[in-house]
Design a protein around this ligand. Sequence first.
Ligand SMILES: Cc1cc2nc3c(=O)[nH]c(=O)nc-3n(C[C@H](O)[C@H](O)[C@H](O)COP(=O)(O)O)c2cc1C
Length: 314
Amino acid sequence: MQGGASSGGIMLELFGRRLSSPLFIPSGIVGVDELLAGQLGLEDFGFVVLKTITLKPRTGNQGVRVYDIPCGMMNSIGLANEGMDVFMKETLPRLEGLPIPYMVSISVHSVDELQGFNRLAGLDLWAIELNLSCPNVRHNSRGLVAQDGDLIFKIIKAARRLFNCHIVAKLSPDVAFIDEYAKLVASAGADGVAVANTFQGVAIDVKSRRPVFDRVVAGVSGPAIFHLALKRVWDVYRTVSLPILGIGGVYCADAALAMAMAGARVVGIGSFLYHRRDGARAILAEVVKYLEDNGLSWDELVGVAHGVIRDKQA
Ligand SMILES: Cc1cc2nc3c(=O)[nH]c(=O)nc-3n(C[C@H](O)[C@H](O)[C@H](O)COP(=O)(O)O)c2cc1C
C-alpha cells in the first residue's frame, strides 16, 4: 500500500524511490564515517542527506562551533568539509555500502560556482540538495543566497540544466514569505523543497560580555524552532505542490506527525539526533502506532490539517 503502515515500518515513495520510513537525517548531523559504522540504527530512516560539500575544502569557522541553549542548540560550523575532489575520490565510493538512499548536499552561491559541481552530473545520483541557506558562511552584504530570489531562481534553473537527478532546494526560514521563495524554486524546476535550515540567532556570554560566536550570528535549531518551522512548512504546502522535506526542531512523535499534517512528505530529525543518536527509534514506533490506531496511511496524513481548517472555515 502506498504510504501504508505496518508493524515493520511505513512505506512511502519519494522521487521514485520506495522508502521504509518517513524520517530522514538532515544534512550536517551525522558524518559518513558514523553512517557507515553500522551503529546508528539507519533502518529507522528512509534516507540521509549528506553533510554539505563545497567546491574547495573548508576548515570551518574559528571559535565556538556548537553551543547548547534552552530547548535547542546553536552552531557555527561554517561548512567544514573535505571539498569536491576528496568527496568524489574517497567518500562517494564508500557510500555504496550505505543501507539507505542518500542525497548529496552542495553549497552554491552563484551560477558560476554551480558549474564547478559538473562532475556530479555524470553520476547516477538519486537527488542533490542545494544548500542555499547556510547561516554560517558569507554570501554578500545582502545576506544569504536563499534571501535573494533572483539568485536562487537562476541557480536552480542552472542546476536543472546541469543535473539529471532530482533537485531539492533547501530554503532559509529567515525570509518574510518563504512560500514566495518556494514558488520561485518550483518555477525554476526544483523537484522538492527542504523547509528549512537553521534560524539565524545571536548568543552573548554575559561573563565576558562578548558574543559567544566569533561570527556573532549562528544557526538556531532544536525544539526552540519547531513551531516556527511548522509555520513555514504550513505556508509552503499551501502555495506549491512539490514534496516538502520538513525540518526543524522535531523531537517527539507528535512533532513528526504535526510536520506531516502541516504538509511535510518526509520529516527530518536533526538536533535531537545530535544529542540522542537513537532518538528516531521511539519516534518512528509511535508514528507507526498512531497510523495503525487511526487506520490512516502516511499519505493520508500529509497535509491533512489543511483540509480540517478548510472544512472548519467553510
Ligand atoms: C551541527 C549542525 C550542522 C549542520 N550542518 C548543515 C549542513 O552542512 N548543511 C545543511 O544544509 N544544513 C545543516 N544543518 C542544518 C540541519 O540540516 C537542519 O536544517 C537544522 O538543524 C534544523 O533541524 P533540527 O532543528 O532538527 O536540527 C546543520 C545543523 C546542525 C545542528
